[in-house]
Ligand binder design. Structure first.
Ligand SMILES: *[C@@H]1O[C@H](CO)[C@@H](O)[C@H](O)[C@H]1NC(C)=O
Ligand SMILES: *[C@@H]1O[C@H](CO)[C@@H](O)[C@H](O)[C@H]1NC(C)=O
Length: 438
């Protein structure tokens, strides 16, 4: 009993201290870039003046953004591939949460805007849901998306969305949004899946200083992973400029999209999921499945905190209003009475669809989309080492990742590391923290 208590306390201490040490709180936090020698502060869009602008004007995307676009390894047995938002919205009505239909399908992207006209006047898009007219439980074709072309990595039928935000003083943020029609949640001990939703927006952020990529952040379940750009695995690719191959060879960053959930990770293998299950089997899986190169088909915009500016005629034709639609890009959580709905403690089988790109805090100065409550120092430090996946798909089994940080990688001898991992691995404190933040 007292041993258990000791372990519990140790885990609590580890859970707070280890990630903090591990992440090098000073050099990497962009909130503390003022402390980071030589770097001027990152500014939010509303603080930028003509003197502090990094880019010449809105509507301009520099080549360095495209040259450093992350390549995405999708999962080899993925069922729900990237999808085209214009095609996706055709299969939906715009509805209120009480089921009242404001606009019938088929929708155009242009039908999505900040205010939706209903029979009783305009209603804030925020209160609305895109509600599927097909039974999504039966996997209609549009739900499945499109696989990348084997040779080029291009997905012809599903553009990625690029939003570039000037962060002043030489800083530029490039947000790459990945849209999938469906999020298939994980199984827990053979039961599931849990936390499915229609519509799935994921994204990565490459932060540049004077044209050099410095950081890469990637989304995973409302949180995300944050790395120094140097730490990320790279892949050699030929440069494309305005859709033409050049002779320049690039080192492109590589990220991994998890099976079903499309959460992004920096390595292959099994990754503990930030949903509260102690020693649970609830994990994401990544591997080197089909490679997607979003830089070969994307819609590009710049955003200054209020106004979205399209970059070319392709985006001008689609309009930019859809980006200001703050409703849910998928059905409302199914009611308890729906035969497709299930419940297990803490999770439903079908939950609400997500909100779109502009709901993802693009004005952030920190690298993270949002701070978790236990992050009392308010930073969002970037890792200098990749957090490795675990399990069969992992490629470096000795260096397994865990919820309480990767400091252990440096612990020698090996038996000591194993012992420490046993004490800390998915510690109770991590579990409790995750419970309130998942
Ligand atoms: C964004 O651009 C618009 C149009 O140019 C301008 O009216 C607005 O003040 C800008 N917003 C910020 C925060 O700079
Ligand atoms: C749903 O709510 C709207 C606005 O509050 C109302 O006008 C409408 O009649 C309601 N529909 C149903 C089916 O209750």
């Amino acid at each position: 009993m007292s041993l258990a208590l000791l372990l519990f306390l140790l885990q609590g201490v580890c859970a707070v201290i280890v990630p903090w040490l591990d992440n090098d709180p000073f050099a990497e936090s962009t909130e503390t870039h003022k402390l980071d020698l030589g770097y001027p502060p990152v500014l939010s869009p509303d603080e930028i003046t003509d003197d502090t602008r990094s880019l010449p004007h809105e509507g301009f995307v520099p080549q360095f953004v495209i040259d450093n676009c992350p390549l995405v390894h999708l999962y080899s047995e993925e069922e729900y591939w990237p999808a085209d938002i214009s095609d996706f919205v055709r299969h939906f009505n715009i509805q209120l949460s009480n089921g009242s239909v404001l606009q019938e399908h088929p929708l155009d992207l242009q039908d999505l805007k900040s205010k939706i006209q209903g029979p009783a006047g305009a209603i804030s898009g925020r209160e609305t849901y895109l509600s599927s007219v097909d039974d999504f439980d039966k996997d209609p074709r549009w739900l499945l998306g499109h696989e990348p072309d084997y040779g080029s990595g291009q997905i012809k039928n599903a553009p990625a969305i690029l939003i570039v935000v000037d962060k002043g003083n030489g800083w530029v943020d490039a947000f790459w949004f990945y849209f999938y029609s469906f999020n298939l949640g994980p199984f827990i001990m053979g039961y599931g899946p849990w936390g499915n939703h229609v519509g799935d927006w994921e994204h990565s952020l490459v932060r540049f200083f004077e044209g050099e990529p410095k950081y890469l952040w990637m989304s995973a379940h409302g949180g995300g992973g944050c790395y120094r750009f140097d730490a990320i695995e790279k892949k050699t690719r030929v440069q494309y400029s305005n859709n033409h191959r050049t002779s320049k060879i690039l080192q492109r960053p590589l990220i991994f999209s998890a099976r079903g959930t499309h959460a992004n990770y920096a390595s292959v293998g099994q990754h503990a999921h930030d949903v509260p299950f102690f020693f649970s089997a609830l994990s994401d899986f990544t591997d080197r499945g089909p490679l997607w190169d979003p830089s070969l088909n994307y819609l590009a915009y710049t955003y200054n905190g209020t106004v979205v500016t399209p970059v070319s005629d392709r985006e001008r034709e689609l309009g930019t209003k859809w980006l200001h639609y703050m409703g849910h890009w998928g059905d409302k959580q199914l009611p308890w009475s729906d035969p497709r709905q299930r419940w297990c403690p803490v999770q439903w089988r079908y939950i609400d669809g997500p909100r779109g790109p502009l709901a993802k805090n693009l004005g952030r100065t920190s690298l993270c989309q949002r701070s978790k409550w236990f992050n009392f120092w308010g930073g969002c430090p970037a890792r200098r080492k990749i957090k490795r996946g675990q399990g069969l798909d992992a490629e470096h089994n000795d260096l397994v990742g865990d919820n309480c940080g990767i400091l252990l990688y440096r612990v020698r001898p090996k038996w000591l590391r194993t012992l420490m991992r046993l004490i800390m691995w998915r510690g109770i404190a991590c579990f409790i923290m995750d419970y309130f933040t998942g």
